[in-house]
Design a protein around this ligand. Structure first.
Ligand code: PTT
Ligand code: SF4
Length: 664
């Protein structure tokens, strides 16, 4: 249904939509079906009370208001318009993706079936001339975890999607042959991708740009996605990679090699002049930060030294948390090898540090990549690590899950649980395993499934050191002696990722030993702003978390773009809504298999202490962790098993979800 004018009278929670008429659309959602030409609706919910700047009525701006739907099975596309209620409740990105997956995937859908949705969603700040604003969320039901999965990458494709007139692209169905979606010259076409199938991500993007011109944005998969490696990612611009829980594999299952987007339109803005002023001020403010210069030199890489100093550096499959060769994979060492710097569009913080690998090829390094393919597999040679990292980018494999899986296989080999011989720190062994993983050969067949499934297959207690939560491998922070960060991993919306609650830096300065409620409060605060706010406004969180760019900028950006006034507090509420919706999705998918143990970190952190460093002998305390979890559930309004209560869902404006999931 087309929304032309909307108004919000917050005091009574009355929403008025004036629509231009019913729309013929193949992709009906509940919302579309329910809206009539002019509809007044009383809402009893208490979700964010938005007020519209400059009066009660505003033309909807900031969003393009359209989702592009492509059904690969039927070879059809359609543009679907969404309404203000959807936009204001979910903003964009993760919020949109979670709602679409909830509404449109049937319980128990096979992630590799045509019925799974592959969502590429931007937000109201994406593509605008604002600091670090070229991000997009890619989401689907995950083949690695069986729950909600997403990732966030910066790309011209995100900017161009908005400038092509869409806030999101939703792909359903499965193509009969390899294909790619081309959104060019004002048309949407499904093109033959036979000549690109089997190519790595770098070559695919280069060839597609040769064909469609340099200005297009391209999202593609490598051979990892084609061959359904369960942690295959979507890649762009030779080094932007997103969708850790196998979004690239979902793309491969749909035989979709790439998406090519050209964008030439203006993004509709409520107050263009104000937005431009804020953009100039914002970029200047980023530049003026005291740690800006150091950030440009090292980006995330300085975290190696910090983690080593604080005994949280994953080493040999998280067995230890200090690495003897840390200095040779550190940020300082990287600076000596650095040849150039790369980054996402619209960003003046460009944080991708590029060095040459052992074969003389360029490889873009980040902290996570270097540690998971370095210390976590016992490898202390940065050029060799860079080589493995480049392979991961080209094949389109998530470096975090890959590094965990290599570490797991090396440990299984050491313990003689598998017949293959792989040694800690052996680059050739790691490289061979990566290639076997992509081809699905030998032990690579096991590795392609991730650590949870691999441990289930080889048994013999290996689940104790299969380092994942809900099937998603842990990112690069050891938590033997960091209970707050362990809770962040345990309760993260997609499985063990640091992206939502990276509390470890705060935790170590606050007091790592504590299992007190302040840890829960910090995890919640971060999940709300990082997991909800940044993922749904869809903008990079680095200006804020790394340089101290104040959160108060974002409501101002939002208002200039959309004309809708909001606040940091309301963005927190959005985060709560998105988190409870995603939790409901997990519970719906797992059914009777769901229990609070799904929110536990891996047993290794409780059972085996590291043998060296200042935190030698320290491990997590089970009772302490349970106390944290209880407190977390209470504060979230979830029951003792981590299932959202009906009252919580209703309060968050998710009454429809409460009917399916939710204990009173
Ligand atoms: C992200 C995860 C991370 S988090 C890293 S390094 W990091 C790894 N990067 C990989 C890579 O590179 N190649 C590869 N083949 N696999 C990789 N897996 C890992 O993926 C990324 C930056 C980074 S670098 C981080 S923290 C921040 N993440 C953000 C986020 O999640 N949300 C947000 N609003 N802003 C963010 N800003 C920062 O973006 P996933 P990118 Mg990535 C080469 O995708 O699935 O979210 O996992 O997108 O454009 O490369 O930027 O120390
Ligand atoms: Fe991309 Fe880094 Fe800039 Fe964020 S800070 S937008 S990850 S280049």
């Amino acid at each position: 249904m087309i929304l032309r004018v909307w108004s919000t009278i917050c005091a009574q929670n009355v929403y008025e939509f004036k629509c231009s008429g019913p729309k013929a659309c193949n992709f009906q959602t509940t919302r579309l079906k329910n809206v009539s030409h002019t509809q007044k609706r009383k809402s009893k919910t208490t979700f964010n009370a938005y007020s519209v700047a400059n009066g009660d009525v505003a033309v909807m701006k900031g969003w393009t208001g359209k989702i592009l739907r492509v059904d690969l099975s039927r070879e059809k596309s359609a543009s679907q318009e969404f309404d203000a209620d959807f936009a204001l409740k979910f903003f964009g990105g993760r919020g949109f993706a979670a709602k679409l997956l909830w509404d449109e995937t049937k319980r128990g859908v096979d992630p590799f079936s045509p019925e799974n949705l592959l969502v590429f969603a931007t937000g109201p700040l994406t593509g605008l001339p604002l600091p670090s604003s070229s991000k997009m969320v890619v989401a689907a039901k995950s083949p690695l975890t069986g729950g909600y999965g997403d990732g966030n990458l910066g790309s011209w494709a995100a900017v161009n999607l908005r400038k092509a007139g869409y806030d999101a692209l939703v792909v359903t169905g499965t193509s009969r042959k390899p294909s790619y979606i081309a959104i060019v010259d004002g048309n949407v076409r499904i093109e033959d991708a036979k000549e690109y199938w089997g190519m790595g991500s770098f070559e695919t993007e280069r060839k597609l740009k040769e064909k469609h011109g340099k200005a297009v944005g391209v999202l593609e998969i490598g051979q990892g996605g084609e061959n359904l490696v369960r942690y295959a990612t979507v890649v762009s611009q030779e080094g932007r990679s997103g969708g850790r829980p196998g979004m690239g594999a979902v793309m491969g299952s749909k035989k979709l090699k790439a998406v090519v987007v050209e964008g030439k339109k203006e993004i509709p803005l409520a107050d263009e002049k104000r937005l431009k002023e804020l953009g100039v001020e914002g970029y200047q403010s980023v530049l003026s930060r005291s740690n800006y210069k150091f950030w440009k030199r090292q980006g995330t890489m300085s975290t190696v030294e910090w983690c080593q100093a604080n005994c949280v550096l994953p080493t040999c499959n998280f067995r230890e948390n200090v690495f003897d060769e840390a200095a040779s994979i550190s940020g300082e060492f990287m600076e000596k090898l650095k040849v150039t710097q790369k980054g996402c569009p619209n960003c003046n913080m460009t944080c991708g540090n590029v060095i040459e690998d052992i074969e003389g090829n360029q490889s873009e390094l980040d902290y996570e990549n270097v540690v998971m393919l370095g210390s976590n597999i016992g490898l202390g040679d940065l050029k060799k690590v860079a080589h493995l990292n480049r392979l991961a980018d080209d094949y389109g494999l998530d470096t975090i899950s890959l590094g965990n899986t290599i570490g797991f296989v090396m440990e299984a080999s050491e313990k003689k649980l598998i017949k293959e011989k792989l040694e800690w720190g052996n680059h050739d062994d790691a490289k061979r395993l990566i290639e076997d993983t992509v081809r699905g050969e030998g032990v690579g067949k096991l590795a392609a499934k991730g650590t949870r499934a691999a441990a289930e297959e080889i048994g013999q207690g290996s689940s104790n050191w299969a380092m994942n939560v809900k099937g998603l491998e842990i990112s690069a922070y050891d938590c033997h002696s960091a209970p707050g960060m362990a809770l962040g991993f345990g309760t993260c919306s997609i499985g063990a990722h640091h992206k939502d609650a990276w509390v470890i830096s705060w935790e170590i300065s606050f007091g790592r030993e504590s299992y007190g409620p302040e840890k829960v409060a910090k995890v919640l605060e971060f999940q709300r702003i990082r997991g909800g706010g940044f993922e749904s406004l869809v903008t990079c969180r680095f200006p804020w978390i790394e340089l101290g760019f104040e959160l108060e900028w974002y409501p101002k950006f939002f208002e200039a773009a959309t004309g809708v006034r909001t606040s940091v507090e309301e963005i927190y509420t959005l985060g709560d809504r998105v988190y409870s919706l995603i939790r409901a999705y997990w519970v719906r998918e797992y059914g009777s298999r769901w229990s609070r143990t799904m929110d536990y970190p891996p047993p290794r952190w409780f059972k085996e202490a590291p043998s060296k460093g200042a935190q030698k002998g320290v491990k997590l305390d089970v009772q302490g962790y349970d106390r944290l979890l209880d407190e977390y559930y209470v504060r979230r309004g979830w029951d003792k098993n981590g299932i959202p209560r009906q009252t919580t869902l209703q309060k968050l404006g998710l009454a429809d979800v409460a009917q399916t999931v939710g204990k009173t």
